[in-house]
Design a protein around this ligand. Sequence first.
Ligand SMILES: Nc1ncnc2c1ncn2[C@@H]1O[C@H](COP(=O)(O)OP(=O)(O)O)[C@@H](O)[C@H]1O
Ligand SMILES: [Mg+2]
Length: 349
Amino acid sequence: MAEIRFEKVSKKFGTKTIIKDLDLTIEDGSFTVMIGPSGCGKTTLLRMIAGIGPQTSGKIYLDGKDISDIPPAKRNVAMVFQNYAIYPTMTVRENIEFGLKNNKVPKEERDRLVREVTESVGIDDLLERKPNTLSGGQRQRIALARAMIKKPKVFLMDEPLSNLDAKLRSGMRTELIELHKRLKTTFVYVTHDQIEAMSMASHIILMNDGEIIQSDSPRDIYNNPKNLFTAQFIGSPQMNVLKAAGNEISFCFRPEKVHMSIEASNLFYCRKGEIVTKEMLGSETLYQIRFEGQSVMVKSLDDNFQEGPIYISVDKQDILLFDIDDKIIPPHSTQHEQWLNIIGGVTYA
Ligand SMILES: Nc1ncnc2c1ncn2[C@@H]1O[C@H](COP(=O)(O)OP(=O)(O)O)[C@@H](O)[C@H]1O
Ligand SMILES: [Mg+2]
């Protein structure tokens, strides 16, 4: 068991409040990803769990036990940092067994544990090397192995893949998912990259300005955003947002939900526009379409459309509406239906 619970936790730096009265539960065994724009407080939150940047007020519980006054080394959590924090003068082995040596774990036991964790992350053949002779991906694995060897109840990871190139990053994502499956330990993973969040998380916590904006499964955070911030933050390219009803309503749809056609369609929302840019992504193509003074992005499997006139249409069920306070107007509600009738009114024959 390793459930983490925040109770009315606040964090100040000097007089500046970064996090205020935060309540939060991170489920035991979950792969929880904290995501949000740079500066929103993700690292601050992780450091509070680790105990290396304690909260100003409030309590943090691990398995129901108040750990607020327990020093970092005794919390049974391990943190993997963005810059790995590896000692350059030590070999891979020395880096990994450092903590164990400090705790006077006998050599035989150390050797066994080092073998176990390095095999697990695939660096068991690099033990006598110095970190500066290794690639970014290999160094990242050292940091992981060093965290794993403590057999922590919780893994905290702060943008651990952000220094790796795109291809390696995607490979490491898969490995982390597998690692989590094997260890069944609680993972708390911080990133500003929504693709990382969507692909790895069992649960996503989206933050902004020190507050939790939405906490949900990846599926729900994508399909059922509760507010406009979530709708726009999650998804690439971004959700299309049009203002309607004199700016009272945000009328939104995802780029992959737009149909393009040479002739007008009989779908609910159909508009005539013009393709202004076309971007080939490989399996998909991204079109920028301008209509009625607005611009939308469309992601399509069809790369045959050329710049020039085009019809775009969106099905009723793929339209999300947000009110003037950026809150979702529940789909299928009467209110939603009424607004759609007001906004969607015009269709091109
Ligand atoms: N040691 C510090 N002293 C003063 N302000 C800090 C300190 N650490 C972080 N902050 C501020 O707290 C806010 C949240 O920072 P951080 O948790 O690092 O954000 P994130 O990890 O989401 O990018 C930022 O405004 C940052 O400037
Ligand atoms: Mg950070």
